[in-house]
Design a protein around this ligand. Sequence first.
Ligand SMILES: [Zn+2]
Length: 229
Amino acid sequence: MLHSNKMKTLKRNAVRILTSVWLSFAASSIAGESGSVGAHDALSRLLNGDKRFVAGKSEEPQGAALIERRHELAKDQKPFAVILSCSDSRVPPELVFDVTLGDIFVVRTAGEVVDEIVVGSIEYAIEHLGTHLIVVLGHQRCGAVSAAVSGAKETGDIPDILKAILPAVEETKGQSGDRIDNAVRANARDIAKRLQSTGPIITPRVQSCEVKIVAAYYSLDTGQIELLK
Ligand SMILES: [Zn+2]
């Protein structure tokens, strides 16, 4: 009899433990599904990451912690920001913003120029991954912008890139200051502006403030990110 009561108690305790484990698992799953990061928090996170990068105090996981992160993300992703940046090897967004696997959805082209495929890629992140922030990142001494400014004669498909940058070059002609730097900034601003009116996924969300698009400038000299107004 005593034995049977003991068994019942053990079973009840086992059920309680299993129930609480399941509930906490369910709660964390729900938080993961609905816990997308708002645009304001996403931007703060990126800018804080850049501050750590500038100071040489990057914190993102390495070694075993990175392997663990990889396992966590194997079946799902929930990036908190889209970064559209130049392909330049000196501007890797994950390093610059001190973020890790699964944090940012990155699209890169020379001069961060946009075509339908780029827009579609960004739309995918907004529509299916629940991302609320898009950062268009230009950078100091951008080779693509420099070539567009100097009117370089290129072959292959490179002229298509320069053509996409030309409006920013025209817009900044005659301005005081560095011609390339002015065009880099105008190019990032123009692209951010253009993304605001790119159709059924991005435009309504920008209008309802659900999605924010910002243009930014990266300094090769300092590692600093500057938001462009
Ligand atoms: Zn560049």
